[in-house]
Write a protein that binds this ligand. Structure first.
Ligand SMILES: [Mg+2]
Length: 395
């Protein structure tokens, strides 16, 4: 889930602590330390040093852990903290990216996306170049979700100092290669030492005349999705099951290790002005559809029989005794586009993508009055979705 520019700006407003921490990192090698009075020469202050006082954390609040709050409630609370945006901020927190009005006909689209080792990726499963590629692809997928064209990207990485320098370069090569493959470039960023795990934050800037928002769906619209769903989840399930990479169908493995953001598809459809609402599927179809429903103040009905599942995905599910449909409904990181448009526009949109990009666009449901997401079987009975997607702090 991306927070958009508003939270990015907020982090910048708190720039002094950030700057100080950076200075500590650089100057610490020259035995300068930061304490309550600023930088002073000497070794790193041990907690027991005379005069040392730990920062006083606010004890007034009841201790509620992030896991109890959940990722999306936490983001809602951040949004409440950020107050009113300036007139230039057309869309702040709550969509795939922020939309900024710079006075030119095209709006500026800005988004950030973080990946953490052990949470988003494992070095046992991915090369360092693939780790970089995926981080960039995830961020650019949000640019596609806005119907935007990428202009530039930036990446900040925190890496353990004992990491092999060639592997670290491989990671940044993956970032740059993906950006280039998507018609843009990696033009800046930051590096920091990480005490243990790899952390990557990618920022992408794009432009769009009429950005697609999650809030634009109308009752009676059809819900469409690009490509197939569940392939990345199938690859992860096979890797989790101990399968070697070369034993996994190339199509499945690629969808996980080298996903391609749907930027060409977005550009093709943006020209047609058919799309009313959109987002990309990063956390799982049902969960992401829920974001579109919530932002549009409407409900969504998904017809499970029409969710596009690839043959490779079905075969993997058979081999592992898993349910391919559940991967399609709740598996994350498909990076396909979920689009709402009028029923009349659906066939034209599908033809545009078929002819222009060789990509399938499938109707999988309807936008309806009400709220929430319902998944129906062939008989119109509701299907439970045990795990409705990814929540970073969810328990
Ligand atoms: Mg997104």
């Amino acid at each position: 889930m991306r927070l958009g520019l508003a939270i990015f700006q907020r982090a910048g407003q708190a720039g002094m602590p950030v700057l100080r921490a950076r200075l500590l990192g650089v100057q610490g090698r020259r035995s300068l330390v930061l304490d309550r009075t600023g930088f002073q020469p000497g070794g790193l202050s041990p907690p027991g040093r005379v005069g040392f006082q730990p920062a006083q954390q606010d004890q007034r609040r009841s201790p509620v852990r992030l896991g109890e709050v959940g990722e999306f409630n936490f983001i809602d609370r951040i949004a409440a903290l950020t107050g009113h945006s300036g007139a230039e901020v057309l869309v702040g927190i709550g969509d795939d990216a922020a939309v900024l009005d710079t006075g030119s006909p095209e709006k500026l689209i800005v988004t950030t996306d973080a990946m953490v080792e052990g949470v988003h990726f494992r070095t046992e499963w991915l090369t360092y170049e693939e780790i970089g590629w995926r981080a960039m692809a995830a961020c650019l997928s949000d640019i596609a979700a806005m119907g935007a064209r990428p202009v530039a990207t930036f990446a900040s990485v925190a890496l353990p100092a004992d990491l092999d320098a060639d592997l670290a370069l491989d990671l940044t090569r993956g970032l740059a290669k993906c950006a280039e493959a998507c018609g843009t470039a990696l033009v800046g960023g930051d590096c920091a030492a990480s005490p243990q795990r790899i952390f990557i934050d990618v920022m992408a800037v794009g432009t769009a005349k009429e950005p697609w928002l999650r809030s634009g769906a109308q009752p009676g619209d059809v819900l469409m999705v690009t490509g197939c769903l569940g392939d990345a989840a199938a690859a992860v399930a096979m890797l989790s099951n101990g399968q070697q990479r070369d034993a996994i169908a190339g199509h499945l493995l690629n969808s996980f290790v080298r996903p391609g953001p749907r930027l060409r598809e977005a550009a093709t459809l943006a020209e047609s002005e058919i799309v009313r609402a959109a987002l990309d599927i990063s956390d799982g179809l049902v969960q992401d559809a829920g974001h579109l429903a919530k932002q549009s103040n409407l409900g969504i009905r998904i017809n499970s029989q029409t969710v596009p599942i690839s043959d490779n995905c079905r075969q993997a599910a058979l081999a592992l005794d898993c349910d391919a449909l559940q991967w399609g409904l709740a598996g994350g990181e498909d990076f396909e586009l979920l689009l709402a448009m009028s029923e009349d526009g659906a066939e034209e949109a599908a033809q545009l993508l078929r002819d222009g990009c060789g990509t399938n666009l499938t109707v999988i449901g309807q936008i309806v009055e009400g709220d929430g997401v319902t998944v129906l079987d062939a008989n119109g009975q509701e299907i439970p979705v045990p795990r409705a997607g990814w929540d970073h702090f969810g328990e």
